[in-house]
Design a protein around this ligand. Structure first.
Ligand code: WT7
Length: 659
């Protein structure tokens, strides 16, 4: 089925069972094909088979990504379930590869092309990156930051964010980046949990044409953040009045003056901690996922090299925020290790109008582009006239991450952004995995909506509740990883029991991802969504109970149940059922107040889309609120067996408000 211009229609592209083969020029010139040729590997299947020898495969990946150790490892991997060490005995620092080494070979190559929301554009070379990282690292040392100390970074999408992360890593300090869209309350929780000594922030940033303040908001909580000794503030906006506490707060631009433009990189153990990144789990409190220097470097750089096929002349753009793992791995460490040139954009995708992203791709000649399904669905809604205004012909490969992509959105992305030439790498991974785990390679035949097959060296499977494999059975089950991988999390910050119970207690010595998936008869993985109480809203991960805790911290709320509901663009919408304390009456006004309250407690991304006031919530005899029942009722499904409820009448109470 072709339309007038000779191109295939969306309908024909969506034909059930259709397989998309990558263009042969792309396959022939790909990094993965070259790797296979070097090792006499003929087929994709053979590649996956050979990579089952993980010690062989990951040592090859060390060479492929140009990782240089200060001292060679004595052992590739040591697995003491549930803890792993990679490149045991190696002396290393990720900054050596990401920055120091690059200065020797790519000093004048552009590392970041940055565009601010108001339109300013700036380039920073690897040489300049080295200087800025070193100057800040010297400042950190002067402020008494030592190896192992935690530094919280609350910065927007400006080059100073990667610079701050790298400066910490350079001296062996541990960074904890907090997404700039989180609230100051969320910032405080993360500072206190990690006992950070220093905060690096900015006066503010631009988003949707408006100024979002950061420092003034941090000030609201800094009196409670008693572990913080100093605050470094980058002057991004310059028009905001910022209070600076003498002796505690310093302007970045001032304090770096006079500091040396070079700084020795701390020689660490490859398994020393690189960063903590908080992510939502099933409890009310986010957990600090820990990643280490060596394995993380190998995992992020090798996946970027072979999945996204990054070569010397590519212009890579990952549209994520560095505040999430996607940005840590694929805007900071992975691309820098490969010496790639990338685009970094500060602002909102629709500002000043819905073609901002496409204008950026055209302006800088982006060749490989990585984004989230929620963004694609939003652009799909806005119509193809926006990308059609721009020349996107430099693109050769596309990618998505964060949540399942529906075939309609996949096909739209393929046709209108990739002009039916660019394969889409739908990459499945998590904050915990640190690196892409299940994903096509540029040689993989694609099925829209499937993340295809595990990356070589990754042993993924789907289990039934008894731990038997459902591989190729096309039956839904628990998505698990059976062998350690280099960028595997090293635990949860000061929460060992949580680490064991969350990931390692479902099956013996097998990592449980929290996701449901099925593997079809061709061995293709289809990720179906979270099995635990974690929501995916616009690709962002938010715990149901985190929002519930925020809600019940409001004086009017007695009980709350938060559930997800399918949403056309966001993937999931947040729905809250609320029982008010006696003396308070439901009202539209109160709904607004509660939405605002969640925004203050967590951030805008966690605000409920819908709020229902109920007189009672279904509970078990032990008093646990049954979200499952609320959700079933909300979606018009049968609530299942309610005879075990302590208060079966609550089912009627909930039904009443949603009808
Ligand atoms: C969860 C992890 C990894 C970077 C961003 C998210 C879901 C992730 C996919 C995909 C279907 C996906 C899973 C996973 N997810 N990628 N390609 N297809 N689902 O990181 O916030 O740690 O969330 O995102 O449910 O467990 P995260």
């Amino acid at each position: 089925m072709k339309n007038e211009s000779g191109k295939e229609t969306i309908e024909s592209l969506l034909r059930e069972g259709r397989i998309f083969h990558p263009p042969s020029e792309l396959v022939e010139s790909s990094n993965i094909k070259a790797f296979m040729d070097r090792h006499g590997i003929k087929t994709y299947e053979e590649l996956l088979e050979r990579a089952k020898d993980i010690e062989w495969f990951w040592s090859e990946m060390v060479k492929e990504t140009g990782i240089e150790w200060y001292e060679e490892p004595s052992k590739i991997m040591e697995w003491n379930p549930p803890y792993v060490k990679w490149f045991v005995g190696a002396k290393y620092n990720i900054v050596h590869n990401a920055v120091d080494k690059q200065v020797k070979i790519r000093k004048n190559k552009v590392a970041y092309i940055w565009e601010g929301e108001p339109g300013e554009s700036m380039k920073i070379t690897f040489g300049e990156l080295y200087t800025e990282v070193s100057r800040l690292a010297n400042v950190l040392k002067a402020l008494g930051i030592k190896k192992g100390d935690r530094v919280t970074i609350w910065l927007p999408m400006i080059p100073e964010l990667p610079i701050a992360m790298l400066a910490c890593a350079k001296i062996g300090a541990v960074h904890s980046v907090v997404f700039s869209g989180f609230s100051e309350r969320a910032l405080l929780d993360r500072i206190l949990d990690s006992k950070a000594k220093l905060l690096i922030t900015a006066d503010g940033f631009y988003r949707n044409g408006k100024i979002v303040e950061l420092k003034s908001r941090a000030d609201e909580v800094l009196d409670k953040a008693h572990t913080i000794e100093n605050v470094i503030v980058y002057n991004r906006i310059n028009e905001i009045n910022v209070n600076m506490m003498p002796g505690r707060d310093y302007w970045w631009q001032d304090i770096v003056k006079g500091h040396s433009r070079s700084c020795d990189t701390e020689i660490l153990d490859a398994n020393d901690l690189l960063f903590i990144l908080y992510t939502s789990g099933t409890t009310g409190k986010p957990k600090g996922v820990m990643h280490a220097h060596g394995g993380y470097a190998v995992g992020t750089a090798s996946t970027l090299k072979f999945i996204f096929d990054i070569k010397e002349d590519d212009i890579w753009w990952c549209s994520a925020d560095i505040g999430w793992i996607t940005g840590h791995s694929y805007i900071v460490y992975g691309p820098l290790i490969l010496g790639a040139t990338q685009v970094m954009y500060e602002g909102a995708p629709l500002y000043p109008q819905p073609d901002r992203w496409w204008s950026i791709i055209e302006k800088y000649g982006v060749t490989v582009f990585y984004t989230a399904p929620t963004a694609i669905r939003m652009f799909m809604r806005l119509g193809e006239k926006w990308p059609a205004r721009h020349d996107l012909s430099t693109l050769r490969l596309l990618g998505t991450v964060g949540e399942p992509i529906n075939p309609e959105a996949w096909v739209w992305y393929y046709k209108y952004i990739g002009n039916a030439r660019c394969p889409i790498m739908d990459t499945w991974w998590q904050t915990e995995t640190g690196m892409q785990m299940i994903s096509p390679l540029p040689i993989t035949p694609l099925k829209p909506g499937s993340v295809t097959k595990p990356f070589p060296g990754i042993d993924a499977d789907v289990y039934d509740p008894n731990g038997s494999s459902l591989n190729k059975k096309d039956i839904g089950g628990y998505l698990v990883i059976k062998k350690p991988w280099p960028a595997m999390l090293r635990g949860l910050w000061e929460a060992e029991e949580k680490y064991i119970s969350t990931y390692w207690s479902m099956f013996d010595n097998i990592y449980f991802t929290g996701d449901a998936a099925r593997v079809d008869k061709d061995g293709y993985f289809w990720v179906q969504g979270r099995l635990d109480d974690v929501l995916k809203v616009s690709g962002h991960r938010i715990g149901n109970s985190e929002i519930e805790s925020a809600l019940v911290s409001h004086p009017t709320v007695s009980e709350a149940a938060v559930v997800g509901k399918p949403h056309e663009i966001k993937g999931e919408a947040i729905v809250a059922f609320i029982v008010l304390r006696s003396g308070y009456e439901p009202s539209e006004e109160l709904k607004k107040t509660l939405r605002k309250h969640v925004e203050i407690e967590i951030g805008k991304i966690a605000r409920p889309d819908e709020i229902y006031f109920v007189t009672d919530l279904p509970k078990t005899r032990s008093g646990k609120i049954m979200r499952r029942v609320c959700r079933a009722l909300l979606l018009g499904m049968h609530p299942g067996d309610t005879s075990t409820l302590a208060n079966p009448e609550a089912v009627e109470a909930v039904k009443k408000v949603i009808s």
